[in-house]
Ligand binder design. Structure first.
Ligand SMILES: [Zn+2]
Length: 444
């Protein structure tokens, strides 16, 4: 009986090595269709370690949890952490009150923008000036006022365009003497759930409080201001920057059997904001990276090149974790086939994007067309601008790829209190990981 079993194992091992790519991809998709570990791992990290801000205890506990999962179930050839200095910030509590010239004051739901300062135990009351574009802002008289940035995000691709208000609004307004800023949430959805995200101060400019309100709150404030030019705003915030902390990047790999020195890297940030479980931004991608390794193990696929994952710190405020990873990669003179970054939620697979539309691009385009289009993956897209300053690309030669899932609903919940496990479409999430695993297998 034992001999017979051994023979069966041998036969299946031989048939594995001779398997056509089509069959192997079908096997991978079938594996993820039946898979339960991806969803249960995501559920555990979301429920037990939400609000994984860089420098927080939950972040550290999530790293410990993922280390345990990798060590116990995936058993990579190498597993290690890298210490990294990260910003540390207490979001505290915010309050935004509208004070009409006649009638009762009313409050708007609000959250602090990431790394913003508080009001030092005071309440700031001032006139408010609404701006809906850069041109508006340039023309507006804002000295001693609270600036209300109200440029709406037009569609799911409008995140970058409207994002200047949240990222630079406070610094731009402070330069011209404003006392605080209120920013419309970056989402196309109209509801009362405000979205946070980092705001970047400038070293030479005085820091002023920066608070996000919901799209519904912004519409309400804007309507009130049209009727009441003398309305004032009161804001208070207990947000506070704390001394930097030490966080950890988590790295795991299977060593390549032919070219161990050639690395295929999957990267995903582990930090998230204070106001949710950070399910889609970005626990889903961390789990996708782990599950890709697990699938290689379970399906007996031995990679030719080294397949490595890094779950890194501080994407949300400054990429400190990826910068540290890149610094070490440079010191070790590591060679990368490519780095694929995953940070677009848990929707089904949409496409892969590439920064260098030659060489590997040709291979990617061919394999996606040939093997993955029938699984719903669209034609490869070229990545323009924006990500050219990716830390690893700056330090070593590592063509930069992005995995893109279907982001139609992503910005509805992104950085808001709704980014929780219950909003994840589990079948789409697993199909996305199947696409990632297949892609890595085909590129290897
Ligand atoms: Zn993210």
């Amino acid at each position: 009986m034992k001999k017979y079993l051994l023979l069966l194992v041998l036969i299946s091992a031989v048939s594995c090595t001779k398997m056509t790519p089509e069959k192997q991809i079908a096997r991978i998709f079938n594996y993820f269709d039946k898979n339960t570990s991806a969803v249960s791992t995501l559920e555990t990290v979301c429920n037990n370690y939400p609000a994984r801000m860089s420098g927080s205890q939950n972040n550290s506990d999530a790293i410990d949890y993922f280390t345990l999962v990798l060590g116990k179930y995936v058993k990579p050839d190498n597993l290690w952490t890298q210490d990294v200095t990260v910003p540390n910030w207490n979001p505290g509590e915010t309050k935004v009150t509208c004070i009409p010239s006649k009638g009762e004051p009313f409050n708007l739901n609000s959250v602090p923008l990431g790394l913003s300062i508080g009001t030092d135990g005071q309440t700031i009351t001032a006139d408010v000036v609404e701006v809906s574009s850069r041109e508006d802002f340039d023309k507006a008289a804002i000295k001693d006022k609270i600036v209300f940035f109200n440029e709406a995000m037009s569609d799911e691709n409008g995140y970058g365009k409207a994002g200047w208000q949240r990222r630079q609004g406070a610094a731009m307004a402070a330069k011209r003497g404003a006392v605080g800023v209120i920013v419309r949430s970056l989402t196309k959805l109209t509801n009362d759930d405000p979205h946070t995200g980092v705001t970047n101060y400038e070293d030479s400019v005085k820091q002023i409080p920066a608070i996000a309100i919901s799209t519904m709150g912004a519409d309400k404030l804007s309507a009130e201001l049209k009727n009441d030019k003398r309305m004032k705003l009161s804001i208070s915030s207990t947000s506070k920057r704390l001394p930097d902390a030490i966080g950890r990047n988590l790295v795991a790999e299977f060593t390549g059997r032919e070219h161990p020195e050639h690395i295929i890297l999957l990267s995903a940030h582990i930090d998230c904001w204070f106001n949710s479980q950070g399910a889609q931004d970005n626990a889903a991608s961390c789990v996708a990276a782990i599950e890709t390794l697990r699938a290689f193990k379970k399906l007996g696929i031995k990679p030719k090149n080294t397949i490595r994952i890094v779950l890194y710190q501080d994407e949300e405020t400054g990429l400190a974790g990826m910068k540290e990873y890149a610094k070490i990669a440079k010191e070790k003179d590591e060679q990368y086939l490519f780095n694929m970054e995953m940070d677009s939620g848990a929707g089904g697979p949409k496409t892969f994007m590439v920064s260098e539309p030659e060489g590997f691009y040709i291979k990617m385009k061919d394999i996606v067309n040939q093997y993955l289009s029938s699984y719903g993956v669209e034609e490869i897209q070229s990545l323009k601008g924006g990500r050219a300053n990716w830390p690893l690309t700056e330090k070593v030669h590592a063509p930069f790829y992005l995995y893109r899932s279907n982001t139609e609903k992503y910005f509805d919940i992104h950085h808001s209190s709704s980014d929780n496990f219950d909003k994840v479409d589990q079948a789409a999430f697993k199909k996305g990981i199947a696409a990632i695993t297949s892609f890595v297998y085909l590129m290897d």
